[in-house]
Design a protein around this ligand. Structure first.
Ligand code: C5P
Length: 310
């Protein structure tokens, strides 16, 4: 029996993410859009502690609006634990404790990080010892961003975003995150993008979208140069997110005025990720933005995916 299978509790930490590039293609019949994206895992973490229990239970701390996080089967961590149990014929349940730091419905994959952490934690607690390929497969069934939360680092995602290939990224990138009190629904933002494109389509005869990550994005990551990466940041969901939340555009502009090299809506938003020229510059940007009343966070990437904390 492995060490972890004899433990009373297993603690796993999984990171939130920023999409430094997000290209969205057509919507498929299953409701998902084809993506070409580059994820970067950043140093803002979800902690999940799994303990032996007869039933499946869940507690959540670290959020102001606890009503925003469901504690039943709508919760992705709960679904992850139950999926692993049924895939491995595990009898019994688990008591999951989630300590959140990633903004809820913020476009940073917090719920996906919870699911990835719950898979790793239950696998260790129950001693099921699944291979990483099998964990990845279960993760992809839970949501498009869950495999990346397992993987971490910097990676290109294709398909629904769940088919991953590591991307070379040198050094560290410093980001200042401007969070929002109110979240955005990911399906609603994708729907808004479809509607905006349908309106544009009536006016423009655009060639089909090329769904490749542009070479300059990959070169910028490889060079480790934040100036190059700032010039290559792009998110196809940004106009849709800004349509839902016009105030978010101000946060990007303010960030750049405060000294950030570039800014982007993270995923489906509304969190804004401002790329800075190193840790000191990020602290300056953070201090300047604090003067105007926001409470930004300074994080860095890339960091590893879901890991057991000894
Ligand atoms: O996979 P996940 O549950 O994170 O996706 C949430 C929603 O985001 C999906 O139900 C879908 O509406 C939208 N989505 C999409 N295309 C993707 C990923 C997500 O349309 N590739």
């Amino acid at each position: 029996m492995s060490f972890a299978a004899t433990a009373e509790a297993v603690h796993v930490r999984a990171p939130g993410k920023i999409n430094v590039y997000l290209g969205v293609g057509d919507r498929h019949e299953d409701g998902y859009h084809a993506l070409a994206t580059v994820f970067q895992a950043v140093s803002l973490y979800e902690d999940v502690i799994a303990r032996h229990a007869d039933e499946f239970t869940l507690t959540v701390s670290g959020v102001d609006d606890t009503a925003a996080v469901p504690l039943d089967d709508r919760n992705l961590a709960m679904r992850a634990a139950k999926l692993l149990a049924s895939a491995t014929d595990h009898r019994g349940g688990v008591a999951l404790e989630i300590r959140k730091s990633v903004p809820v419905a913020g476009g940073m994959g917090g719920g996906s990080a919870d699911a990835a952490a719950a898979l790793v934690a239950c696998d260790a607690l129950w001693g099921t010892g699944l291979s990483s390929a099998r964990l990845h497969e279960l993760a992809a069934r839970l949501g498009a961003d869950v495999p990346f939360a397992l993987h971490g680092g910097t990676a290109v995602g294709t398909g629904r975003g769940d088919q991953l290939n590591p991307a070379l990224a040198r050094g560290r990138f410093d980001w200042v995150l401007v969070t929002s009190d109110r979240g955005l629904s990911t399906p609603a933002v994708y729907q808004r993008l479809d509607a905006l494109r349908a309106e544009e389509g009536a006016l423009a005869d655009d060639p089909p979208l090329s769904l490749d990550v542009p070479i300059p994005v990959l070169q910028a990551l490889r060079s480790g140069d934040p100036v190059l990466l700032a010039a290559a940041l792009h998110n196809d969901l940004q106009p849709a997110a800004l349509h839902e939340r016009p105030d978010v555009a101000d946060a990007i502009e303010e960030g750049i005025r405060a000294g950030a090299l570039g800014g982007i809506v993270s995923g489906s938003g509304p969190t804004v990720a401002l790329l800075c020229d190193g840790p000191e510059s990020a602290q300056d940007v953070q201090s300047t933005l604090r003067l105007s009343g926001s409470d930004p966070l300074h994080v860095h990437g890339a960091v590893p995916g879901a890991r057991i904390i000894p």
